[in-house]
Write a protein that binds this ligand. Structure first.
Ligand SMILES: [Fe+2]
Length: 529
């Protein structure tokens, strides 16, 4: 049982010396910057600092000049130590209203597998100290990642809390945080100003979100709610009390605000939907971060949750699209790593409704917004995994999935309802973990009915579960843990392990459930003070 705190973990001299040991020559640093504490009226950095998309030699640093004085010059500094005495690199740039006051820099020339500390200076103010980490190269023995999604916040401050983000922030031994989407819920927003205000609301309102960003690099993918509910490449939920504007315009507004406000690298500024990218953590893990909503996704076969769809499996219906599928095939096949983690906004495992087929025929899947509504596209992905496309099969792929707000763990395979799997467990291609959400809701489902019809699901909990996942990877084994926070209505809460799922390299399936957590890494670099 842990109660929420907002610690400023002390940094020991021993740790500092460890951090500095064996480093290349560092610039002597005699900082003459005037450091004045920010007043409540003039909080230049009130939306915090963040880092993301780490590579072995670089990382994106983010902040926002939240005072009204933009345009402004922003200086950034990167240090080896949490006391900000061993400066590694620095620079400066301009921030203007064109980016809503947001500032990003892709800091390069860094060492692989290192923790760094950073800050920004602007308008005679200094930001909170951030902490980030580059990806390792070569042989890696262990990695630990937090995985989270779905962080709904009402407009009224103080009515819901991101307790899971607060817990993630306190874990010093994370290599990165993976966010699977629904970072904001912007279903009622249309204009660029509205989408920007939505991101500002979340970062201003949630100290826990700011703290998680401050302590760890994030790798993010969006799901639907960053744009609007159940969106696809050319449509989505329209708020009934708002004017209808072309969806292309709305989508552009949502994507632009996302790229401004998140510490994501923008691979193609001319096409903000091209966010698919991958991250190699040495020889241990490749993380695949796809785009599943706005680039190629066809319209849902039926409306949300409607049972049955004769067209769900139609060949031409795409979710990733051909270009991204080619990229995925090449990335997974070329991955120099033991484990692969697919950041999956919507569930890939089949989920039969377990209900009478009122439509007569059809696939009878539960949720047409998931991969079930794009069965042919899922088949093309499975062709990569089992080598049916003529290439080498892909082993040890873990789908980490958001969207649902409850929790599931299931085997991933082509034919979960057939005798070969039911009787002999054959045909499994990978595993999927649909994670507890940070703070969103879910009501009204009946699991017994649903799961009697779905033998590949090994764990399920309804209705909403709040918390996050933790992935602990080693060479021969991996463990996926679901951590719960017991409330999102107060900051006071309890935090505990709900269940862990052990995986063995080469097995491609879920083993016996665990009830004790994997050990923390006590040698982890200090949190930022
Ligand atoms: Fe969600």
């Amino acid at each position: 049982m842990t109660h929420i705190r907002h610690p400023r973990q002390g940094v020991s001299r021993r740790r500092l010396l460890q951090a500095a040991a064996g480093l290349p020559l560092l610039a002597a640093c005699h900082d003459s910057t005037p450091l004045r504490p920010e007043s409540a009226e003039q909080r230049v950095f009130q939306h915090g600092v963040a880092s993301g998309d780490p590579l072995a030699d670089r990382v994106i640093l983010w902040t926002r000049i939240s005072a009204a004085q933009a345009p402004a010059t922003v200086r950034w500094e990167v240090y080896r130590d949490p006391f900000l005495t061993l400066r590694v690199t620095q620079g400066e740039g301009e921030v203007s209203g064109d980016s809503d006051g947001c500032y990003k820099v892709d800091v390069s020339g860094l060492d692989a597998g290192r923790t760094y500390y950073y800050r920004f200076l602007a308008l005679d103010q200094v930001s909170p100290t951030g902490r980030t980490r580059t990806l390792p190269r070569g042989a890696v023995e262990r990695l630990r990642l937090a995985v989270c999604s779905c962080a709904y916040l009402p407009d009224e401050p103080g009515t819901r809390f991101h307790n899971a983000y607060g817990q993630i922030a306190q874990r010093a031994d994370l290599d990165a945080v993976l966010h699977l989407g629904d970072y904001v819920y912007a279903d009622s927003d249309l204009s660029l100003a509205e989408y920007r205000a939505r991101h500002a609301q979340y970062k201003a309102q949630s100290a826990e979100l700011r703290e998680a960003h401050r302590q760890h690099p994030f790798i993010t993918v969006w799901d639907d709610h960053e744009t609007t509910d159940n969106c696809w490449q050319d449509g989505g939920y329209q708020p009934p009390d708002k004017p209808l504007i072309p969806f292309a315009e709305r989508k552009q507004n949502a994507m632009r605000a996302y790229h401004e406000w998140l510490p994501i690298r923008t691979p193609d500024p001319a096409d903000l939907g091209r966010i698919w990218r991958s991250f190699d953590f040495g020889d241990l893990l490749t993380v695949v971060a796809p785009e599943t909503r706005l680039h190629a996704r066809a319209a849902q076969a039926y409306s949300f949750n409607r049972v049955g769809s004769p067209i769900a499996g139609a060949e031409g219906r795409e979710l990733l699209g051909a270009e991204q599928m080619d990229w995925l095939r090449g990335t997974l096949r070329a991955a120099p790593t033991q484990w692969k983690l697919f950041m999956n906004p919507v569930q890939i495992g089949q989920l039969y409704a377990g209900l009478p087929d009122e439509e007569g025929g059809g696939t009878r899947y539960r949720n047409m917004d998931q991969w079930d509504g794009y069965a042919a596209e899922r088949g093309r992905l499975f062709d990569i995994l089992d080598g049916a496309d003529g290439g080498a099969p892909v082993q040890d792929l873990i789908f980490m999935t958001g969207d649902w707000h409850c929790q599931f763990a299931n085997d991933v395979l082509r034919a979960p309802y057939g005798a070969a799997y039911r009787e002999r467990g054959e045909g499994v291609l990978g595993t999927e973990f649909t994670i507890p959400c940070v703070s969103s809701g879910l009501e009204g489902y009946e699991p017994a009915e649903l799961f009697a019809a779905n033998p590949h699901f090994k764990n399920h909990e309804f209705p909403a579960r709040h918390g996050h996942a933790l992935v602990d990877l080693r060479r021969d084994t991996a463990t996926v843990e679901f951590w719960h926070t017991d409330t999102v209505e107060t900051r006071e809460h309890r935090y505990r392990l709900n269940v862990g799922f052990p995986l063995t390299a080469g097995a491609n399936r879920i083993g016996e459930l665990l009830r004790t957590p994997t050990p923390t890494n006590t040698e982890a670099p200090s949190l930022a003070p």
